[in-house]
Write a new protein. Structure first.
Length: 346
């Protein structure tokens, strides 16, 4: 007969696996009613906590684990990762923790590396960056009852510890800025569609268009990789259309930089022919020609707060909220043109 798992208890109690884990650990933010319901389910099923996994936590290594779900090529191409790492390392050093880092070329490698770190007792807790939809790594860590924090958010498990921006509102603000500048034909270049952050930013863009009563054109929504070489290729077909967008919201500054460089090379002027708003406010956005209007998401603070959140959990501190939100701000530069006579004929 198969052994009872934490998922079985969660299903019977009508809660998430992470809630069951918190009840087992006597988390102070779990209500008495929920705790009682979970304990009753444990008793009914004859569930006993996985003490092997607990021992992995009790023998501290003073090390945080991090698997970057990108190839080495992407890591070096996009300054987001180096800046978020800088924040994590700063916090880890202050708290006298080490950071064990690896990269993965695909989801299979990511799962193998995380499993090796956890079951090999190499780390006390894990940091996950930009999770996928239905991310199997999150499911694995929940099943092992192993401490982790997500930089981003989980669609399936909203109560797991996270550090994130309000990406829906951030993309909404970026799109509204273009609308306020007179633009009515606005395209959107998304990140990889399997990432939760890509869906959130697309939702914010769609919300802004809906609020302004502007139609959503499917052909103006383009999924792109985060390497600069793909920036222009993703929009070339749209730009050749007679009713092309006058502006784009681009969900990564690296792609925005690549778009601007290639568009200028193809004879377009920025922002006279097309306006661009990026995301992340990396150094490259300020050095671009023209400098890029962008959403500053506080990359360093995202990294710092993620490491801090995990260390507080590992040290048994009372965490006020499981979900930490780092504020964003719009940085206005020269890549957006004001259209005094907007074309409303769509």
């Amino acid at each position: 007969m198969p052994s009872v798992t934490i998922k079985d208890v969660a299903r019977l109690a009508g809660v998430s696996p992470s809630t069951v884990s918190r009840v087992i650990s006597n988390h102070p933010r779990i209500s008495k009613a929920t705790a009682e319901k979970v304990r009753q389910a444990m008793e009914t099923l004859g569930y006993h906590p996985n003490m092997t996994a607990k021992k992995l936590v009790s023998k501290s290594t003073k090390t945080l684990g991090l698997v970057l779900p990108r190839s080495a090529e992407e890591l070096f191409a996009n300054p987001f990762f180096s800046e978020v790492l800088r924040g994590m390392l700063a916090c880890a050093n202050q708290k006298q923790y080490d950071l064990l880092m690896s990269s993965a070329n695909n989801p299979k490698e990511e799962m193998e590396t995380v499993t090796r770190m956890v079951l090999g007792r190499q780390v006390d807790g894990m940091i996950l960056i930009k999770p996928r939809k239905a991310d199997p790594v999150i499911e694995k860590l929940l099943a092992l009852d192993f401490p982790f924090v997500v930089l981003g958010r989980s669609l399936e498990h909203p109560d797991v510890p996270t550090v994130n921006n309000d990406n829906i509102t951030a993309a909404f603000d970026a799109t509204v800025h273009l609308i306020n500048q007179g633009h009515r034909r606005i395209g959107f270049v998304s990140g990889p569609p399997e990432l939760v952050v890509s869906g959130d930013r697309l939702a914010g863009y769609q919300k802004a268009l809906s609020q302004a009563k502007l139609p959503l054109r499917d052909e103006w929504v383009i999924a792109s990789d985060i390497l600069p070489k793909n920036g222009f290729h993703a929009v070339s077909m749209v730009m050749n259309a007679p009713d092309r967008p006058t502006a784009f919201v681009v969900s990564d500054d690296v792609v925005a930089f690549g778009m601007i460089r290639e568009l200028v090379g193809a004879g377009y002027q920025i922002p006279e022919d097309v306006s661009v708003v990026g995301f992340n406010n990396i150094v490259l956005s300020e050095l671009s020609n023209p400098p890029i209007t962008t959403v500053d998401i506080g990359i360093y603070h995202l990294g710092y707060q993620t490491a801090r959140h995990l260390i507080r959990i590992l040290q048994g501190e009372k965490v006020p909220e499981p979900n930490v939100t780092v504020p964003h701000r719009l940085v206005i530069r020269q890549s957006v043109r004001f259209l005094p006579h907007a074309d409303d004929s769509l």
